[in-house]
Ligand binder design. Structure first.
Ligand code: SF4
Length: 755
C-alpha cells in the first residue's frame, strides 16, 4: 500500500473543529477552497480571517511530491537539515529525464543508462530519508499522485507546476520551488499569499466529441495565460458532478496554463468511483464521514457571485471541441471555426505527428475514447495518415490499457510509437527526426503546454492542444482542419465515411491491474543507507554548509554587476542546457547572472573585474573575487528575481561569495529564497540611489552589527575618485529570518536546533 490512510484520517479528524473555527472568523458560508486552506493553517484553528490576495499565511501541507529534475537540489538541501526522516509523506518520481525516440523499451533503457547516476542518487536518498521513490518507467509524477496519493480535502505541494493536477480528486495542490519542498519536508511552515477565488459554474452535460479537456481549453480562452494568477479556480455545479475524476484532473492540470495557484472540485461520486477503482475504498469510507466539509457550502454555490472574486459559467451541453494554439495554450478556437482561422493565419494544416498522453490526458477514459476512434476508422477502411505517439501516464494505466486492447488499437496506425511512461515529448525530451531542420510544420497533442520549441526544439513547429479523441481524429485525417462532427473521410475503397462519436469507459470494468508499478518503498530505518555521490561527478555534488555570519560588518565589497531592467530567475540562473547541472551547485553556478544586462555597458555577461580592470564573464569575475577573499554585492532594478521559484537563483550567488543583493524591488519568492540561503536581500530606501552606484565602487556596511527587524541598514559606497555616498537600505527580515542570516542559512539553523 502506498497511500497513507492514517495520515488522511488524522486530517479528516481535525476537519470539523477547524471548519467551525474558520466559519467563526470568516463569518459567512465557505467555499471548498477556503475550507481546505483554513483546515491546513500552520497555527491550527483559525484565529483571524485572512484577506484574499493580500495576507501572507503559513500552511501545513499534508504531502510533498518531487520530480527528478527538481528533486535533485531539493534533496541535496534536505540532506543539510540533519533530519533522520521527512516530516510529511513525500515521494520522488523519475519521469522528466527520459527521452522519447523509438519506443518505450529502448528509450527507457537509454534514459536509465544516461541518467543512472541521478536515478541512483534519488533512489538512495529516498530510501534513507523515508521518501517513496517511483523508478524510471513507473510513470509521470501527477498521474502517479492521482492514482495513489491525492485525496479529497487534502493539501499538497510539489516541485512541478502541474502538481495542480491533484485538484481532480478535490485537493488544493500547488506547484512550488525546491526550497519550499525542503521546508515542508524538514517540518517547517510553508507560506502562501491567501489566494483570490475564481468560481467556474458548470451546467449541462457533455456529449459527442466534447471532453473534459474542452472545458479547460475554453476557460483558457476566457481567462488567458495570466487570468488565474494568484487565484484558486473552484469548479462546481451539476456539470462538474457529471465529469469523471480523471477528467477533473485534466481540467485542474491545465489550470497551470492560466497561471492559477491551483484548481479544485468538490468531493462527489466520480471521486468515490475513482478512489475505489484505484484500491482506496478506505479513503472513500473516511471521506464519507465528513463529506459535507469536502465541498463548498450550499449557500456558496446557490449565490456564487457573493462568494467568489470572479465567476464564469459554462454550459457543457453547448460546449464543442476546441483546438488551442499555436505557441500559446490560451488561443482557443472551436473546431468548427478552425479552418478559416488557420487559413487566415497561414498555419500549416497537414499534420505529421499526433501525440496522446502526458500527465494531462492519459487516463483510462482518455485512452479508451481515443482508441475507439482508431478502431472505428480502421473498421471503415480508412488508413490513418499521421504518426501517432502515445506516452502513458503510468505503468498502471499502460498495463491496464494493454490488457484491454487499447494499445493494440493504436498500433493499427502503421507508425504508432508507444513511448515510455514518462514526460518525453511534453518537455522537449523528444528526439524527433528532422526537427533540427527547423521547418514550418504543425503537430497536435493532448498535452498542456505548446510554447515554441517545447516539444521538439524546432521554433517553427506549430503545436495545437486538443482532447485525446480530437488528436486521434486529426491523426487519422492527417489534417488539422478536419471536423469529425461535420466532415467525411475517403476510405481505401474511395467511399466517403464519417467517424462515429468516441466511446469509452470511465474506469476499467475488470479493475486496474499492474505487475510491477515501479514503486520503491523507503527503508523503515534508513540510518544504514549510504548516499553515494562521486566527488568527480559533473551532475551531482553534495552541498557544503554555507558559512555562518562572522558577526562583523561587511567591508570592502565590490559591485559585481548593476543589473539593468528585467532580471528574472532565468537571467540569474538560465535553464536550457544548464538543466543537467541542477544537482551540481558549483557547475550550475557557471551560469550565474549571465543573462542579466550590465547597466554600465548594456551588455550581458560582461562585467568589470575591479582587481584587474579587465572585463570578464560574470561567474568568472565573481570567482576571482571569491579566490581573493573579497566580498561582493549585486545591484538590481525593479521586481528583481521574478519568474520561477527556482532556488538555484539564490544558491548560486551565495555559493560564489556574493553577500548582498540590493535592488529597487524584489519578486517576493526570490527575496524569501535569498533569506533562506543566508543572503542579504535589501531594497533601496530611495530608489533614485540606484543611479549613484558606480562601476568601480567599494561598499562598506556600517551597521550590520545592529541588524534588526524594521531597522534600515546603512551602506557606504566609496567611488573611485574617493568621494562617498551613504545609501540607506530597507529590508523585510523578521527575527527568525535574521537568525537564518546569522546561522548562514535556514537549513543551518534547523540543523543547529536538531542537535
Ligand atoms: Fe510536466 Fe509534461 Fe511531465 Fe506533465 S508530462 S509533468 S507537463 S513535463
Amino acid at each position: 500500500m502506498t497511500f497513507d490512510i492514517d495520515m488522511i484520517k488524522k486530517v479528516y479528524e481535525r476537519y470539523p473543529e477547524r471548519i467551525a473555527a474558520a466559519r467563526q472568523v470568516v463569518g459567512k458560508p465557505l467555499t471548498l477552497s477556503e475550507k481546505i486552506l483554513y483546515t491546513h493553517l500552520w497555527e491550527g484553528n483559525a484565529t483571524q480571517a485572512y484577506e484574499r490576495g493580500n495576507s501572507y499565511v503559513d500552511f501545513a501541507p499534508d504531502r510533498v511530491a518531487m520530480q527528478d529534475a527538481t528533486a535533485q537540489m531539493a534533496l541535496l538541501q534536505f540532506m543539510q537539515a540533519g533530519k533522520a526522516k521527512v516530516a510529511v509523506p513525500s515521494t520522488a518520481h523519475a519521469d522528466h529525464l527520459i527521452q522519447a525516440k523509438v519506443g518505450a523499451d529502448k528509450d527507457l533503457q537509454e534514459g536509465i543508462n544516461k541518467n543512472s547516476e541521478v536515478f541512483n542518487f534519488l533512489s538512495s536518498v529516498c530510501d534513507k530519508y523515508g521518501i517513496g521513490f517511483w523508478k524510471p518507467g513507473a510513470g509521470i509524477i501527477h498521474q502517479v499522485v492521482l492514482e495513489n496519493y491525492a485525496f479529497p480535502g487534502g493539501m499538497m505541494i510539489g516541485t512541478d507546476s502541474h502538481t495542480v493536477n491533484a485538484g481532480g480528486l478535490g485537493m488544493v495542490a500547488i506547484g512550488v520551488g525546491g526550497a519550499d519542498a525542503v521546508d515542508v519536508m524538514a517540518g517547517m511552515a510553508w507560506e502562501l499569499k491567501m489566494p483570490k477565488l475564481i468560481g467556474v459554474k458548470l451546467t449541462g452535460k457533455m456529449s459527442g466529441w466534447t471532453s473534459a479537456k474542452d472545458v479547460i481549453l475554453k476557460v483558457a480562452g476566457i481567462l488567458t495565460v495570466k487570468g488565474g494568477t494568484g487565484c484558486i479556480v473552484e469548479y462546481f455545479g451539476e456539470g462538474a458532478e457529471s465529469l469523471s475524476a480523471t477528467g477533473k484532473g485534466t481540467i485542474c492540470n491545465m489550470g497551470a496554463e492560466i497561471g492559477a495557484t491551483t484548481s479544485t472540485f468538490g468531493y462527489d461520486d466520480s471521486m468515490r468511483r475513482y478512489l475505489a477503482s484505484t484500491g482506496r475504498q478506505d479513503v472513500v469510507d473516511a471521506a464519507d464521514q465528513i463529506a459535507e466539509h469536502l465541498t463548498g457550502d450550499p449557500e456558496v454555490y446557490a449565490n456564487p457571485e457573493q462568494y467568489f472574486d470572479q465567476l464564469i459559467e459554462i454550459n457543457l451541453s453547448e460546449l464543442t471541441p476546441h483546438l488551442n494554439g499555436p505557441f500559446t495554450p490560451d488561443l482557443a478556437t472551436p473546431v468548427s471555426e478552425f479552418r478559416a482561422k488557420a487559413e487566415a493565419n497561414g498555419w500549416p494544416l497537414e499534420v505529421e505527428w499526433a501525440l496522446i498522453g502526458s500527465c494531462t490526458n492519459s487516463s483510462y477514459e482518455d485512452l479508451s475514447r481515443a482508441a475507439s476512434i482508431v478502431e472505428d476508422a480502421v473498421a471503415k477502411g480508412v488508413k490513418p495518415k499521421a504518426i501517432l505517439g502515445i506516452n502513458p501516464g503510468s505503468e498502471q494505466v499502460k498495463y491496464t490499457a494493454e490488457r484491454d486492447g487499447f494499445l493494440d488499437s493504436f498500433r493499427k496506425f502503421e507508425n504508432a510509437r508507444i513511448f515510455t511512461n514518462a514526460c518525453g515529448p511534453c518537455i522537449g525530451q523528444w528526439d524527433r527526426e528532422g526537427a533540427e531542420k527547423g521547418e514550418k510544420n504543425s503537430i497536435i497533442h493532448s498535452f498542456n503546454r505548446n510554447f515554441a520549441k517545447r516539444a521538439d526544439g524546432n521554433p517553427n513547429t506549430h503545436a495545437f492542444v486538443a482532447s485525446p479523441e480530437m488528436v486521434a481524429a486529426v491523426a487519422i485525417s492527417g489534417r488539422l482542419d478536419f471536423n469529425p462532427i461535420t466532415d467525411t473521410l475517403t476510405n481505401e475503397a474511395g467511399e466517403q465515411i464519417k467517424l462515429d462519436e468516441p466511446k469509452g469507459s470511465e474506469l476499467p470494468a475488470k479493475g486496474f491491474a499492474v505487475e510491477d508499478a515501479g514503486y520503491q518503498a523507503p527503508s523503515e530505518d534508513g540510518s544504514h543507507v549510504v548516499v553515494n555521490v562521486s566527488p568527480t561527478s559533473d551532475r551531482l555534488q553534495l552541498l557544503e554548509e554555507f558559512p555562518a555570519w562572522d558577526g562583523k560588518n561587511i567591508e570592502g565589497a565590490k559591485v559585481l554587476i548593476k543589473a539593468f531592467g528585467k532580471c528574472t530567475t532565468d537571467h540569474i540562473s538560465m535553464a536550457g542546457p544548464w538543466l543537467k547541472y541542477r544537482g551540481h551547485l558549483d557547475n550550475i553556478s557557471n551560469n550565474m547572472l549571465i543573462g542579466a544586462v550590465n547597466a554600465y555597458n548594456m551588455e550581458t555577461n560582461k562585467v568589470k573585474n575591479q582587481l584587474t580592470g579587465e572585463y570578464g564573464e560574470v561567474p568568472a569575475v565573481q570567482r576571482a573575487y571569491k579566490a581573493a577573499g573579497i566580498p561582493s554585492i549585486v545591484v538590481g532594478d525593479q521586481n528583481y528575481g521574478e519568474g520561477s521559484s527556482r532556488e538555484h537563483a539564490a544558491m548560486e550567488p551565495r555559493h560564489l561569495g556574493v553577500k548582498a543583493v540590493l535592488v529597487k524591488s524584489f519578486a517576493r519568492i526570490h527575496e524569501t529564497n535569498l533569506k533562506k540561503q543566508g543572503m542579504l536581500g535589501l531594497t533601496f530606501a530611495n530608489e533614485a540611489d540606484y543611479d549613484k552606484i558606480q562601476e568601480d565602487d567599494t561598499v562598506n556596511f556600517l551597521d550590520l552589527e545592529q541588524f534588526a527587524p524594521g531597522k534600515q541598514l546603512t551602506l557606504e559606497f566609496v567611488h573611485a575618485d574617493g568621494t562617498k555616498d551613504i545609501i540607506m537600505a530597507n529590508h523585510t527580515y523578521n527575527d527568525q529570518q535574521i537568525d537564518w542570516f546569522k546561522a548562514g542559512s535556514a537549513l543551518n539553523l534547523i540543523k543547529q536546533q536538531e542537535n
